[in-house]
Design a protein around this ligand. Structure first.
Ligand SMILES: [Zn+2]
Length: 207
């Protein structure tokens, strides 16, 4: 996905500066102003405002002026113009925050689910493992008793964590029978050696 970042100006107020003379032609009540708010956007979505600009034009002589061209009195009048809040300019930031909250929530939820799953192993579940020697592999749960879990380990190891899912083929579970007490299984999880549990309907990953 391509992200485009930039700034845009949004016209937030137009009006005329009362009792102020044009610096050029000297006629009073001829200065029109347009105030713009500048905001940062990312791919069309506004993130936050970064400042203001103003255009000033004389109705009479059509000259364009900068803020600095006005008398101090005129500058103050312009500064005192009330601008409506532009909350929409923060919409991208608000969206980002909502996403963050959502993902943080999901992460915590996922972690809890995994802890529950470890406590209630099911026959047929596949566990992705990280061994202390740095290799990755899987085991499948064959049988569960009140205090133990009987598994068949995968015949193969992987070097990389992302390769390990590919090892999960029926023919790869032949004769490496290993049993764990439920306590040992919990210990493996707490040591970070269980990376993922695949149940027949869903899978959960540890972080
Ligand atoms: Zn003028």
């Amino acid at each position: 996905m391509l992200f485009l970042i930039g700034t845009k100006d949004s016209n937030v107020k137009n009006g005329s500066i009362k009792n102020e003379k044009c610096p050029k032609c000297g006629i009073e009540n001829t200065l029109n102003f347009s105030i713009f708010r500048r905001y940062v956007f990312i791919t069309m979505i506004p993130l936050f405002p970064v400042g203001k600009t103003v255009n000033i034009e004389c109705k009479s002589c059509k000259n364009i002026f900068y803020y600095e061209d006005l008398t101090l009195d005129g500058q103050e009048k312009l500064r005192n113009e009330k601008l409506e809040s532009s909350i929409w300019m923060f919409s991208g930031t608000i969206l980002l925050l909502l996403f963050l909250v959502y993902f943080a929530n999901n992460y915590i939820q996922n972690k809890d689910d995994l802890t529950i799953l470890i406590k209630e192993p099911t026959v047929g579940d596949v566990y992705n493992l990280k061994f202390s020697n740095g290799y990755y592999s899987t085991f499948k749960i064959d049988k569960i008793t009140s205090d133990s879990v009987f598994t068949t380990h995968n015949d193969f190891d992987a070097y990389m964590p992302y390769e390990v899912d590919d090892l999960d083929k029926t023919e790869n579970y032949s004769n490496k029978k290993v049993s764990y007490s439920k306590k040992e299984l919990m210990q493996l999880y707490q040591n970070g050696e269980i990376l993922k549990i695949r149940h027949k309907n869903y899978s959960l990953e540890a972080e």
